[in-house]
Design a protein around this ligand. Structure first.
Ligand SMILES: [Zn+2]
Length: 300
């Protein structure tokens, strides 16, 4: 397997900051400790280039991010202090999802051990998202691999509002988001398919809706590539998510999504997206399980 990871995914933050940066290193360690992966399975991704980023974002926005010219309100909406390292992390994380998609086209699947920055719009960022890795990846795959139909399956507990906005009125990229109705963002965008779930939704109800949403997505989009945002934040122990999935339920979610894709021979690039469990080890375990589920589907 090939997993894209870089130490620059870890952004030094003030100690009171609520973003759990430590999860990336711990995810890598946990995968190594599981025995399922060796050091040779990890690769450092390239940065997304200006040309790749501006297929999904305004050149003017990229320029302001790159040069530190965002204003205070824009920085506040993103939620990370601006630094050269923050720019580097954002480029590298988008590059990782893109690299995972390239790899998936030959190997069936691959994953970015970060990414899933679905709240980034064409001309602005929010909710810990600067550049939209799935959008950059979809545009690159259209451009360099000639793909005509791509599906984004977003199972993070928060709606993929930036992704929905970027691909509104674009039939070549199908956006599916299944999320908490009362979770951020409070003003939702319109994806090609949205499933909104009530607070406290548990495993069985979630999986019932997901299965139908997934079937509809595959039927309507007939994708040549899927990008799967495997957020760990629908978990019952998550600080931000309002749903109540168990770890076992999330493992069934991964099996359902990845199993459907594998059965139809649809390559998939996986991004981790959110995970803010009260005990960060729980988010790490859920993310690791996603990687192990992919391996079980494709590499068994
Ligand atoms: Zn999230």
């Amino acid at each position: 397997m090939t997993l894209f990871y870089s130490d620059v995914f870890v952004l030094p933050l003030p100690s009171h900051h609520r973003f759990p940066m430590g999860k990336y290193v711990r995810l890598r360690e946990r995968l190594l400790a599981s025995g399922a992966c060796g050091e040779a399975d990890f690769r450092v991704p390239e940065r997304a280039t200006d040309a790749e980023i501006t297929r999904a974002h305004c050149p003017e926005y990229l320029h302001r991010v790159a040069t530190g010219a965002l204003d205070a309100a824009e920085i506040r909406a993103i939620g990370f202090p601006w630094s050269e390292r923050m720019v580097e992390r954002s480029r590298r994380s988008s590059g990782a999802t893109l690299a995972a998609a390239r790899e998936a086209l030959t190997r069936g699947w691959s994953a970015n051990l970060a990414g899933g920055t679905h709240h980034a719009f064409r001309n602005r960022g929010e909710g810990f998202c600067v550049f939209n890795d799935a959008a950059i990846t979809a545009r690159a795959m259209q451009s360099e691999a000639g793909l005509q139909r791509i599906a984004i399956v977003d199972c993070d507990v928060h709606q993929g509002n930036g992704t929905a906005s970027i691909f509104a009125r674009d039939e070549s990229v199908f956006t599916f988001s299944i999320h908490g109705a009362r979770n951020f963002p409070f003003a939702k965008e319109t994806s090609d398919l949205d499933i909104e779930l009530a607070d406290g939704t548990g495993d069985d109800e979630y999986l019932w809706h997901l299965e139908r949403g997934l079937d509809e997505t595959l039927e309507r989009s007939r994708p040549q590539l899927a990008i799967y945002l495997a957020g760990a934040d629908p978990y019952e122990g998550d600080r931000l998510g309002r749903l109540k999935l168990t770890k076992a339920g999330l493992a069934r979610r991964d099996e359902l999504v990845l199993g459907r894709l594998a059965a139809r021979g649809i390559p998939v690039a996986i991004a981790m997206a959110g995970g803010y469990a009260r005990d960060i080890a729980d988010s790490v375990e859920i993310h690791a399980n996603t990687i192990l589920a992919a391996r079980a589907q494709w590499d068994a």
